[in-house]
Design a protein around this ligand. Structure first.
Ligand code: ADP
Ligand code: MG
Length: 150
C-alpha cells in the first residue's frame, strides 16, 4: 500500500504519471473517490505516463474514451450506468481483458463484475486543495509495481 498527499492538481498528475510509466498491458485501475476528488485529473497523469499527448477529458456521457499511447488507454466513467448489463452492451470485456490499460471511475457501479486482480486507488478530499491518494494492488499480477511509485 502506498499513501501520499498532494497539494494541487499538478502534483496529482505527477503521481498518475509515475504509475502510468510503470504499467504493463492488461492493467486495470479501479479509481474511486467523490465527485471532484481528482479521478479524472489522476487519469490525465496516467495518460502522460503512457506517452499520450491528447487531452484527457471525462467520458461521463459516453462511458468510455480511448487514447493511443505506449499502450492504449481505455478510460471509463460509469457513474451514469443504470445496471451492469450496459457494460456488456459496450463490450467492456474487450477492454478490460485486452492489451491496453483500463481505468474505471466509479467502480462501485460494477461490484459484481469486479475483476480478480486490479490496482485500487482511492482519492479523498482534504481541506483546501489537498488530496489523500491511497494506492494498493489486488493479485500477484501487480507485484511488478512494487517500488515504482514511491
Ligand atoms: P473527479 O473525476 O474525481 O470527479 P476531477 O478530476 O474531474 O474529479 O476534478 C478534480 C478537480 O479538483 C479539478 O478541478 C482539479 O483542478 C481540482 N484539484 C484541486 N486540488 C487538486 C489535487 N490536489 N489533486 C487533484 N485535483 C485537484
Ligand atoms: Mg471524473
Amino acid at each position: 500500500m502506498f499513501k501520499i498527499t498532494t497539494n494541487n492538481a499538478e502534483e496529482t498528475i505527477e503521481i498518475g504519471e509515475r504509475l502510468g510509466k510503470a504499467l504493463k498491458k492488461g492493467a486495470i485501475i479501479l479509481l474511486s473517490g467523490d465527485l471532484g476528488a481528482g479521478k479524472t485529473v489522476f487519469t490525465k497523469g496516467i495518460a502522460r505516463g503512457l506517452d499520450i499527448d491528447k487531452n484527457v477529458t471525462s467520458p461521463t456521457f459516453t462511458l468510455i474514451h480511448q487514447y493511443d499511447g505506449r499502450l492504449p488507454l481505455y478510460h471509463f466513467d460509469i457513474y451514469r450506468i443504470l445496471n451492469e448489463e450496459e457494460l456488456y452492451d459496450i463490450g467492456y470485456e474487450e477492454y478490460f481483458f485486452g492489451d491496453g490499460v483500463t481505468v474505471v471511475e466509479w467502480p462501485e457501479r460494477m461490484e459484481d463484475l469486479r475483476p480478480d486482480e486490479y490496482i485500487s486507488i482511492n482519492i479523498e478530499k482534504l481541506p483546501d486543495n489537498g488530496r489523500r491518494i491511497i494506492i494498493s494492488t489486488v493479485g500477484k499480477g501487480y507485484d511488478y509495481l512494487k517500488g515504482a511509485i514511491a
